[in-house]
Design a protein around this ligand. Structure first.
Ligand SMILES: Cc1cc2nc3c(=O)[nH]c(=O)nc-3n(C[C@H](O)[C@H](O)[C@H](O)COP(=O)(O)OP(=O)(O)OC[C@H]3O[C@@H](n4cnc5c(N)ncnc54)[C@H](O)[C@@H]3O)c2cc1C
Length: 304
C-alpha cells in the first residue's frame, strides 16, 4: 500500500514529510478535475497516520517494503520505501469458506513471500544475496508447512488479515450477494437491495451505503467505449464489471477518470478461467527484453 510519510517510516526515521508526499502527488497526478483536487490529496496524506494506527490497534501487523520505489522516483518528492504491507500472516484460522473464496487461494500469491523477497529471489542463481534470500524462502515455506501454518504475504496476506479483523469484530460478511439497487427515500439513500441465496433482500442502512465494487476492467462494452480496447487482458477481479458505477450514476453520482486505468505489460492466460500474468519482476531482469509471439518488443521493460 502506497502510504507516504506513514507511521512505520517515522519509527524508522526514514525521512519523509507531508510536503514531499504532496509534491510527488502534484508531480505525478497534477490537476485532472475534482477527483484530484488539492483537498483530496491533503485528505489522503493527512489520514494515513490515523488509518495505519487504527489498523494496528485492531491487530494488523505491518512491515515496510523498504526497497520498493515510488513509480516515478525521479520526480519531485519521489522516494524509495514508502510502501507498507502486512507481515507474513497465518491464514489457518480464517473460516474455510472465506479462504476457499479468497483470491489469495484461487489466483493470488498464496505463499510466504513479501514484496522485497521478489526481486532478490529472481536473482537466486546469479547473486549470493539472491541465493540466500531464495534459501530462506524455501526454509520458511517448508518450515511453515511442517508446523501446519498457512503463511501468506502481499495481497493475499493483506486481505486475509483484513478478514480476520472483520471476524474478530463479529462483522457480518455475506459472500455472493451482489448489490442490485439502492433504496432511496426523500432523495436520500437509506439502504440497498442485494441478492442473497437467490432472493432479493432489502438492507436498511443507519449511517449510509458505501459502494466499493471496483472498476469495470471486465466489462467489454465499457472498455471499448472508454478505453478504445476491444477486449484486453485484465488481471483485475472478474467481478469488476462496473455494476455499482452504473447504479451510482443512475442516482446522480459523478464519475471521473473513466478513460484512465492502471496499464501494464501482461501475458494472456492460456484458458479463460485463468487470469493473465501481470509482468512485474520479470521486467526487472538485467540485460533482458520481452517480445511477443512474433518476436516484437511490445513494451518498455523499465516503464512503471
Ligand atoms: C495485478 C495487480 C496488482 C496490484 N498490485 C497492487 C499493489 O502492489 N499495491 C496496491 O496498493 N495496489 C495494487 N493493485 C491495485 C489494488 O488491487 C486495487 O486498487 C484494489 O484491489 C481496489 O480495491 P477495491 O476494493 O476498490 O476493488 P476490488 O478489489 O476490485 O474489489 C471489488 C469487489 O467488488 C465485487 N463486486 C462487483 N460488483 C459487485 C456488486 N454489484 N455487488 C457486490 N460486489 C460486487 C467484485 O467481485 C470484487 O470482489 C493491484 C491490482 C492488480 C490487478
Amino acid at each position: 500500500m502506497w502510504l507516504p510519510n506513514n507511521p512505520l517510516m517515522k519509527r524508522d526515521g526514514a525521512g519523509d514529510s507531508r510536503e514531499e508526499a504532496l509534491a510527488y502527488m502534484e508531480a505525478t497526478i497534477g490537476d485532472v478535475g475534482t477527483a484530484s483536487s488539492r483537498e483530496r490529496k491533503e485528505a489522503f496524506v493527512d489520514s494515513i497516520d490515523e488509518c495505519v494506527t487504527m489498523l494496528e490497534k485492531l491487530g494488523m501487523e505491518f512491515a515496510r517494503a523498504a526497497d520498493y520505489p515510488d513509480y516515478y522516483p525521479e520526480l519531485p518528492g519521489g522516494k524509495i520505501g514508502r510502501a507498507i504491507e502486512v507481515k507474513l500472516f497465518d491464514a489457518k484460522d480464517l473460516p474455510e469458506e472465506w479462504w476457499e473464496t479468497s483470491r489469495g487461494k484461487s489466483d493470488g500469491v498464496a505463499f510466504p513471500m513479501m514484496t522485497d523477497d521478489m526481486w532478490l529471489i529472481a536473482r537466486a542463481w546469479s547473486t549470493p544475496s539472491g541465493f540466500m534470500r531464495g534459501a530462506k524462502f524455501v526454509f520458511r515455506g517448508v518450515g511453515g508447512a511442517v508446523r501446519g501454518r498457512r503463511d501468506i504475504g502481499m495481497g493475499a496476506g493483506l486481505t486475509a488479515s483484513f478478514m480476520t479483523v472483520a471476524q474478530r469484530q463479529g462483522t457480518q460478511v455475506w459472500l455472493n450477494s451482489p448489490l442490485e439497487h439502492l433504496v432511496v427515500e426523500d432523495g436520500r439513500v437509506v439502504g440497498a437491495v442485494v441478492t442473497k441465496d437467490g432472493t432479493q433482500v432489502r438492507v436498511r442502512a443507519t449511517r449510509g451505503v458505501m459502494l466499493g465494487a471496483g472498476g469495470f476492467a471486465h466489462n467489454a462494452e465499457w472498455r471499448e467505449k472508454y478505453h478504445g480496447v476491444p477486449v484486453g487482458w485484465s488481471s483485475a477481479n472478474k467481478g469488476n464489471i462496473g455494476t455499482t458505477i452504473e447504479i451510482g450514476q443512475r442516482h446522480g453520482a459523478a464519475v471521473a477518470l473513466m478513460d484512465d486505468a492502471w496499464w501494464g505489460a501482461s501475458i494472456p492466460a492460456p484458458t479463460p478461467e485463468m487470469n493473465p500474468s501481470f509482468l512485474v519482476n520479470e521486467r526487472s531482469m538485467p540485460f533482458s527484453i520481452i517480445v511477443d509471439a512474433q518476436g516484437n518488443r511490445f513494451a518498455n521493460e523499465s516503464e512503471s
